[in-house]
Write a protein that binds this ligand. Structure first.
Ligand SMILES: *Cc1c(COP(=O)(O)O)cnc(C)c1O
Length: 427
């Protein structure tokens, strides 16, 4: 399979190049040239379903046995579909090592990178607003020949999230940036455009722009629909709490591969550039706003370009498949409270956006799935404060992170500082 760039000015790339480079040389995002139909994804186990999807994407490039091993290693935890109330189901994506959906993409990418780069030292650079950093750091932890550098905005990430990538040691370094998430993301992008730096050290991105993180996320959409089909024959709607829109984009790819979903809902917090695009046809990126659902605090979602590419830039086609919603912190809190009171189900602030958008958007004859992208315990303070009646259990793997000692490298948001740091990382 070859991969093209959303900017259309780069040569077609192999899977290996797309994975190792991350971003195309024209600064576009890689897209698979073809999207194969998935055969027989329904009715099997998570593992079997995921293997079918993996073969459709990567079967031409990775030997079958090895691909199946990557899938098995990646999916070391269940992804259950849980009924919350009539016609509303939660796809619980938080049963992995860092309790968030990003574990799936990050674990898969670590294994794919190791497959392509067995002998060379690779530096993985990742910007995070919280969950990416922990998923990537843990996905790559202890993998020989790979060093991970996590950039995160100082003071804008919860203590629990922070503990999951600042306490690991080994091959993982956390860079505490005096700026916002957008600054971190801009720094990473700049490093990838720095040819002189790249000539002296091998740099790879692990942000959701990387196809090795993005595409495996389609696995669980197929698994979700397979589970839903056993419960109802209503038409399916999927609601996705969105920040950089990687998760939704992998669902849209699934749709092209034959996933039986009628339509998608993009659920946002107050960072509503995408909703505005749906409503007006105008895309106006802006600085991100801080909200309770902080992993979705993104003002210029990187995967927007992929959505445009997938729909040939047609606003009309996009609005036929995707609707949107955006919620204030007040509404997020109210939703967590109401859902808990009515159903006993405890949402995290991100899942709350997905849940509410689904409840408000469901029509007659439809059943809906919202992606519960993180465990509520990851946002303990917010949840305890906003849903005082709820009893939050702290999973043991979270407590273990919190016992660790924080170690970070302070960094300004000036690119020169990051550059100097990276140069010091050469062997
Ligand atoms: C990253 C994240 C999101 C947003 O996912 P995107 O793929 O960036 O749209 C939503 N919820 C949680 C908990 C996350 O960590």
């Amino acid at each position: 399979m070859r991969y093209y760039s959303t900017n259309g000015k780069a040569p077609l790339a192999s899977l290996e190049t797309a994975v190792v480079e991350g971003l195309a040389p024209d600064r576009g995002l890689y897209m698979p040239e073809r999207i194969n139909h998935v055969q027989g994804a329904e009715g099997g186990s998570l593992h079997e379903t995921a293997c079918r999807v993996a073969e459709a994407y990567f079967g031409e490039d990775i030997p079958e046995a090895e691909l199946r091993a990557m899938v098995t290693d990646t999916l070391s935890f269940p992804i259950p579909l849980v009924r919350v109330k009539d016609n509303v189901y939660s796809l619980e994506l938080f049963h992995g090592p860092t309790l968030a959906f990003k574990d799936v993409g990050a674990r898969f990418m670590a294994r794919m990178l190791r497959h392509f780069r067995r002998s060379e030292e690779v530096n993985v650079l990742v910007a995070t607003s919280g969950d990416t950093g922990s998923a990537v750091a843990n996905g790559f932890l202890g993998v020989e020949g790979i060093r991970v550098h996590v950039l995160y905005p100082k003071g804008k990430v919860s203590k629990i999230q922070e503990s999951q990538f600042t306490t690991l040691g080994q091959n993982v370094t956390a860079l505490e940036v005096d700026g916002t998430f957008d600054d971190c993301q801009a720094l990473v992008k700049q490093a990838f455009m720095d040819d002189e730096l790249k000539a002296s050290l091998s740099l790879t991105s692990a942000n959701s722009i990387n196809v090795a993180r993005l595409l495996p996320q389609s696995f669980y959409y197929f698994h979700a629909l397979s589970q839903l089909r056993r419960l109802t024959d209503k038409e399916a709607v999927v609601s996705v709490p969105s920040g950089n829109f990687g998760n939704l984009t992998s669902g849209l790819f699934g749709g092209r591969m034959g996933l039986p979903v009628k339509r998608f809902i993009a659920a946002n917090n107050r960072n509503d550039v995408f909703l505005e695009y749906l409503q007006t046809g105008q895309y106006r990126p802006r600085p991100s706003l801080q909200t309770l659902a902080n992993a979705m605090d993104v003002g210029d979602p990187s995967n927007f370009a992929r959505i445009l590419a997938l729909y040939g830039n047609s606003h009309k086609a996009i609005t036929q498949d995707i609707s949107g919603a955006a919620y204030s912190d007040e509404q997020i809190s109210e939703t967590m409270r109401q859902c808990y009171d009515e159903t006993g189900y405890l949402l995290d602030p991100h899942g709350a956006c997905g849940y509410r958008a689904l409840c408000e958007g469901l029509r007659d004859g439809e059943a809906g799935i919202f992606l519960e992208t993180a465990h509520p315990a990851k946002f303990l303070t917010v949840v305890e404060e906003r849903v005082p009646r709820a009893k939050v259990d702290l999973p043991e793997r979270l407590q273990a992170f919190m016992r660790g000692r924080k170690q970070t490298v302070p960094m300004s948001r000036r690119y020169d500082d990051l550059r100097e740091y990276l140069k010091r990382c050469r062997n």
